[in-house]
Design a protein around this ligand. Structure first.
Ligand SMILES: [Zn+2]
Length: 310
């Protein structure tokens, strides 16, 4: 898919469907109900039913290419979904529901739901630990927004805490955490960072208690304005936090606490895939969209009502 916004797949429903079929089924259609392929599945060529309908002669059910994806059973046309997916995966700082609403000619509410569903699909599978084979992983926290019903004060008490892990030269994983105690951060590090990784962090007690679990652990003392000492620094993660914060400030001004993890997925996804082309990034998001139908249903229930502006 070319990243050009005039690409017909973003304008024309039939072209969008053809593109998604070619992308999901490079070797021919697969029945989502029974996995039958080849001669057992046939396109219903405009005879009966709506366009894009297939018939499975193995299990006798019908399907379209969107069954089992995030796009299933949406009243929004597929070409608008593809455009929204492209815009969210390629805009460096993200794109607001207001912008999507204007660009796609759909209601603000629909745009808001679409954007959150697409964010759900952007999740890093998180299966392989970061820093495997002796890589370097930087860990740090940042604070953003404001907890509900908390007055603004000095310090971080009224803000939402985010802990991120960045592998130098690689991807990022971010977590919305209740606090930054060792008890909270330890399981995240255990699950996401390889034992043979070199860990870099500030000298917070949390990390000094956990750091011995890894191949090495170096710290810089942010408390006394020490930011770089040889290879010991957290500049990579500071770079990510700066993109994240600029994006959240500029585009997503009022992010509710219950939605923060989805925005984190979005920023993680774009950062982790920053070295690939826009088209490749959109394809990767599409991969995440496969099999996300359950997530999509859960999301719809959780997203009862759009927050203003988010
Ligand atoms: Zn079937």
């Amino acid at each position: 898919m070319t990243a050009d916004l005039t690409n017909p797949v973003f304008q024309d429903e039939a072209k969008a469907r053809e593109w998604l079929e070619a992308s999901r089924w490079p070797n021919g259609a697969i029945c989502p109900h029974c996995r039958a392929t080849g001669e057992r599945v046939k396109r219903l060529e405009g005879k009966v039913g709506r366009p894009g309908l297939w018939q499975c002669y193995e299990c006798d059910q019908q399907f379209t290419v969107t069954v089992g994806t995030l796009y299933e059973r949406s009243h929004i046309p597929l070409h608008k979904w593809l455009l929204a997916t492209h815009l969210l995966t390629s805009s460096k700082k993200g794109i607001s529901a207001h912008q999507l609403h204007r660009m796609l000619g759909i209601t603000y509410k629909s745009a808001w739901f679409m954007a959150h569903r697409i964010r759900e699909a952007m999740g890093d599978s998180g299966e392989t630990p970061m820093g495997s084979g002796g890589g370097t992983v930087e860990a740090d926290e940042t604070y953003i927004g404001r907890k509900p019903a908390r007055a603004k004060r000095t310090g971080h008490g009224h803000k939402l805490a985010v802990m991120s892990l960045v592998e130098r030269g690689g991807g990022v994983r971010s977590f919305h955490v209740d606090d930054v105690s060792a008890a909270t951060l330890r399981p995240i590090l255990d699950k996401n960072v390889s034992r043979d990784a070199h860990l870099m962090s500030d000298e917070a007690k949390t990390y000094t208690e956990i750091g011995w679990n890894f191949a090495s652990h170096k710290t810089v003392r942010h408390g006394i304005d020490e930011y770089v000492r040889g290879t010991a620094h957290t500049n990579t993660i500071e770079g990510f936090f700066s993109i994240f914060k600029r994006g959240m400030k500029g585009v997503y001004q009022h992010c509710g606490e219950q939605h923060l993890h989805r925005y984190l997925k979005e920023f993680d996804f774009r950062y982790s895939n920053r070295k690939v082309t826009d088209a490749e990034r959109a394809r990767k998001a599409l991969k995440g969209i496969e099999g996300k139908r359950l997530t999509y249903r859960r999301t719809s229930q959780r997203l009862a009502r759009p927050q203003a502006q988010a």
